[in-house]
Design a protein around this ligand. Structure first.
Ligand code: FAD
Length: 289
């Protein structure tokens, strides 16, 4: 189908973009990579009258380290994330997740800001951000807001962004050295959205005790889900087959998947348990390296 006609604006600054969003109200939408928004417009699930293209605003694409935090600009493309040496150094999970997002064409255009702002529980970055305890930075009419990732995803395609807000940056704490992370999703074919996906970041001491852990789940709940009870099953304990199995069982109990073409509720719960076990083990292997 062809999208409904719309007017196109290309502001040169964040302030101009915010002013346009305020001027056009609910009729306006931000355009980043366009790889979620344009398909939705073509299907007529979204029919904004104005597209505010932020690609012409300089300074929104970067990956840098500052004050024990890695900062990623909202317009950073998946392909840049995939090949970033800085991200590889601290978070091997980004190498896992970007390779699983769609195909190189989508990854050349899709942005991390758009992936999060879209608020789709099927997207892969939200679970990773939960595992990494990221902070979302939004710039709006009232200035800059820092939103902890646990307060960002509200409901079906709904986030904490208010009208007029632009997601401008993602901030991720740099973990201590003895940390590993991993992501995997089960997909029906290459490039598909997840049947179920699991992100884990784990910090362990020399005796194998878990000092901190983040576990995020993809596409098995109306919103991206933190597996909080699974995290508690590991925190302060020896990471061994018993605690890993317990974390897997709790995640499969706590998720809330829907039955669809990708599988039944029971199948998806089982896959969550399998992936939680595998991703904890993979994160552990990476701690040892
Ligand atoms: P856009 O499409 O431009 O925007 C998406 C939404 O977010 C819009 O509502 C827009 O207004 C809003 N928005 C965008 N940027 C901002 C901002 N900075 N501040 C506030 N609001 C903003 N994703 C996955 O995670 N996993 C997959 O496996 C996957 N497979 C895909 C397969 C195909 C064939 C396609 C076309 C897409 C796929 N995607 C997948 C989605 C892809 O990653 C998108 O690029 C991403 O979800 C949205 O990023 P974008 O930059 O394209 O955002």
């Amino acid at each position: 189908m062809i999208a409904q006609s719309f007017k196109y604006e290309s502001p040169g600054t964040i302030a101009d973009a915010i002013a346009l969003l305020e001027k056009y109200g609910d009729e306006a939408k931000i355009l980043s990579g366009g790889h979620s928004l344009i398909p939705m417009m073509k299907l007529r699930f979204a029919s904004p009258e104005y597209l505010i293209d932020i690609n012409g605003i300089p300074g929104l694409s970067y990956i840098k380290e500052e004050n024990n935090v890695v900062k990623i600009g909202a317009l950073t493309r998946e392909a840049e994330i995939e090949h970033s040496d800085l991200l590889k150094k601290y978070y091997p999970i980004f190498g896992d997740v970007t390779k699983l997002i769609a195909d190189p064409q989508v990854r050349n255009m899709g942005t991390i800001g758009g992936n999060l702002a879209h608020g789709d529980a099927a997207n892969d970055h939200p679970a990773v951000m939960l595992a990494l305890n990221a902070k979302i930075i939004a710039t709006g009419p009232n200035g800059i807001k820092e939103i902890p990732v646990d307060e960002f995803f509200f409901g079906f395609y709904t986030t904490a962004l208010q009208h007029g807000d632009i997601l401008t940056e993602i901030q991720i704490p740099i973990p201590p050295g003895n940390t590993g992370s991993a992501y995997h999703k089960l997909e029906r074919k290459v490039g598909d959205y997840a049947t179920a996906g699991v992100a884990v970041q784990l910090t362990m001491d020399a005796s194998g005790v878990c000092k901190s852990v983040g576990i995020g789940l993809t596409n098995v709940n109306p919103t991206p889900l933190r597996a909080a009870r699974s995290e508690q099953a590991l925190l302060g304990k020896q990471v061994n087959e018993e605690s890993i199995s317990q974390a897997a069982i709790l995640a499969s109990e706590d998720c809330n998947p829907s039955a669809d073409l990708r599988g039944s509720v029971e199948y998806k719960r089982d896959m969550v348990a399998v992936l939680v076990k595998r991703m904890i083990r993979k994160a552990m292997e990476r701690v040892k390296k």
